[in-house]
Design a protein around this ligand. Structure first.
Ligand SMILES: Cc1cc2nc3c(=O)[nH]c(=O)nc-3n(C[C@H](O)[C@H](O)[C@H](O)COP(=O)(O)O)c2cc1C
Length: 179
């Protein structure tokens, strides 16, 4: 089984990228491979370009298309998802529409204690429009994330690890059920 983790941040010091790296490290196994994708080089979506997109867009869409499931790791900007993530989603939603039927799960982290709850609700609605089935009841909201991740991409908070040890097998079963 193969997942991509799409990080909705273009920051070099992204907390969410560190969370995605920690997930890939802890749950990437012989059975499950997890590639962390970045959005930094994607151009702005433009309908004029969607039939002849830049190679970076083609490669990004292909990577998502080839995955059995998508883990969205989103920051929260102004109670929603960052523009870079919406831009990536707009590319994915057009022409070959690679998210239709593709299982998703949502997670995110903030330095503040709410852990991206507002952004996740918006992303869930957007994925509904994309016809991507989203794992329900397994929300991963890592509040205070800066204090729960170390420099070697480990999650140092026992409660977060315990919860992830529950939801990641649930996602695996969810993905398997959609194959
Ligand atoms: C433009 C902007 C808007 C933000 N809005 C929110 C917000 O609504 N809620 C929140 O909890 N944090 C907010 N933050 C703080 C982010 O959670 C924090 O910067 C986080 O580290 C961003 O994720 P990243 O490090 O993965 O890029 C905002 C940050 C920026 C730069």
């Amino acid at each position: 089984m193969h997942y991509v983790a799409i990080v909705g941040s273009n920051s070099k010091t992204s907390l969410n990228r560190r969370l995605a790296a920690a997930i890939a490290k802890r749950y990437g196994t012989d059975d499950v491979t997890i590639d962390v994708l970045t959005l930094n080089d994607l151009p702005m979506y433009n309908v004029d370009d969607e039939l002849t997109p830049a190679q970076v867009v083609i490669d990004f869409k292909q990577a998502v298309k080839a995955a059995d499931g998508v883990i969205w790791v989103t920051p929260e900007y102004n109670h929603s998802i960052p523009g870079v993530l919406k831009n990536a989603i707009d590319w994915l939603s057009r022409v070959d529409k690679v998210m239709i039927g593709k299982p998703s799960m949502i997670m995110g982290t903030t330095p503040g204690f709410l852990g991206t709850i507002h952004a996740q609700l918006h992303l869930r609605d957007i994925l509904f429009a994309m016809q991507s089935p989203v794992l329900m009841g397994n929300d991963v909201m890592v509040g205070g994330g800066h204090a729960k991740l170390d420099a070697d991409n480990n999650i140092t908070d026992a409660g977060t690890n315990d919860w992830l040890d529950t939801v990641m097998p649930n996602f695996k079963a969810f993905v398997a059920a959609h194959q």
